[in-house]
Design a protein around this ligand. Structure first.
Ligand SMILES: [Zn+2]
Ligand SMILES: [Zn+2]
Length: 444
């Protein structure tokens, strides 16, 4: 899709195909995505060793008042591996222009971008080991293992040996993406973001497709990939977990050509120079205009999601009466005191499930969307704790969202709801990138 992404259409297509699944027209139904560039080592690892990309594109450190934090490509820098279809030249990377436009409904930041970033990743021993320890490395890579050497700097779209989707072809990133997802294409993204975001009084659910923009002009997607257990419309997959082997070494992939991140990307963190020694900088903006900051609240302290997982013990108020059984959902995930209601049966907690890419994962509590509820008592503690929208307001920053992760031994793991909560905190204007969805994770 070369034109601006149309969220509703995209969402419908995603609902049919799943955002990480192949959209090859000759492949019906679930396909072997087989992606396995372990996000554990790459996308989520703070030590994936990006060499600090963005150095060659101006604006990466940038904070001039006019351009804000956007990663502007004012040097006509082009991608080495993702080429324009007509000219054969590399796609112009990152953000092409940022301006202010005034309309009847206020001032907007207008962002024009190609959707192709210029991430670079240093191939460390850890990264190579993580890639080669993917459960399906033998078939995920054409040669059975990754084809890069330690110390090499990998450019976005460079062939590192993956058996990518056929649609990727030469000059479209073949070999950089794990098998399954289609490859990203140049987008004519022309987005308007409100400069004076307003709180909304609606329950405006985020949907599938684009819900915001990262500072390099790539897309922010929510937690979902449109897939539910046995396609029953309950027990929805969380893309950051179910598709952990279906993303590249920067924690991203494409759907209908639209390159996006559903969760924290160490490559984006490097691009904005976030070393975690203070409140993170801005990583992007939600469609409602509120900024999205990185995971850090202050030096050594992450921002903390107030969404917690259900206890599926027999005697728990959030369980279903039988130990580990998923046969009920919460009446209201924003008010756990309202109890549970019966639902179609999902896998027991701890059972093994097979993903679209035929990887086997454990369905612990936290694997599915319906496993979470908002704990208002955590939000009430303030400080690093976020609200139900995954945001807060402190110091002189105004209201803002945070990308959320947990940290253990230096490794960062995406934490639900990952970026923006299930609902937008702010109002979506008529010219917004996104629309309120009929329901998070539910079919349109
Ligand atoms: Zn996706
Ligand atoms: Zn904050």
């Amino acid at each position: 899709m070369r034109s601006a992404v149309k969220p509703l259409l995209l969402a419908v297509m995603l609902a049919l195909h799943g955002c990480g699944s192949s959209s090859d027209s000759n492949q019906a139904g679930p396909v072997d995505n087989g992606r396995s560039a372990d996000t554990g080592g790459a996308a989520t690892g703070s030590g994936s060793g990006s060499s600090g990309s963005g150095g060659s594109s101006s604006g990466g450190d940038g904070s001039s008042a006019a351009q804000g934090p956007w990663v502007l490509n004012d040097g006509s820098q082009r991608s080495r591996f993702i080429l324009e279809q007509n000219t054969g030249l590399g796609v112009l990377v990152n953000v092409q222009s940022v301006s202010t436009e005034s309309t009847n409904s206020g001032d907007f930041t207008r962002v024009i971008a190609s959707g192709i970033p210029d991430y670079q990743v240093l191939a460390t021993a850890d990264l190579i080991a993580a890639l080669n320890s993917r459960p399906k490395a033998g078939s995920d890579f054409n040669g059975g293992s990754v084809s890069i050497s330690e110390g090499e700097v990998i450019d976005f779209g460079q062939d590192i040996g993956f058996a990518s989707n056929n649609s990727c072809e030469t000059n479209a990133g073949y070999g950089y993406w794990p098998p399954g997802p289609v490859c990203p294409e140049e987008l004519d993204r022309d987005a308007y973001l409100p400069q004076q975001p307003e709180e909304t009084d609606e329950d405006c659910e985020t949907g599938l497709g684009v819900i915001g923009l990262w500072v390099n002009g790539t897309s922010v997607y929510n937690w979902g990939d449109g897939q539910s257990y046995s396609n029953q419309g309950t027990w929805y997959n969380l893309a950051p977990i179910a598709e952990q082997y279906d993303v590249d070494i920067c924690g991203g992939h494409a759907a209908q050509g639209d390159y996006h991140h559903h969760f924290y990307s160490s490559c984006l963190a490097d691009m904005v120079d976030d070393a975690g020694n203070g409140h993170s900088p801005i990583y992007g903006y939600a469609a409602d205009g509120y900024p999205i900051y990185g995971p850090w609240f202050e030096d050594g302290q992450l921002a903390i999601s107030a969404w917690v997982t259900r206890d599926y013990s027999a005697d728990s108020t959030t369980g279903c009466g039988v130990d580990n059984q998923r046969s009920c959902t919460l009446v209201d995930p924003y008010d756990v005191s309202r109890g549970v209601q019966s639902a179609s049966r999902g896998p027991d907690v701890g059972a093994a499930v097979t993903t679209l890419s035929r990887n086997t994962l454990e369905a612990y509590s936290g694997y599915y969307h319906e496993d979470y509820y908002w704990d208002a008592a955590l939000t009430a503690q303030g400080g690093a704790y976020l609200d139900q929208y995954n945001g807060h307001d402190h110091d002189d920053l105004g209201y803002h969202y945070h990308v959320t992760v947990t940290e253990e031994g230096g490794k960062l793991t995406p934490a639900y709801p990952f970026i923006i909560g299930d609902r937008f905190a702010g109002k979506l204007q008529d010219n917004s990138l996104a629309q309120c969805s009929a329901g998070a994770g539910r079919p349109f």
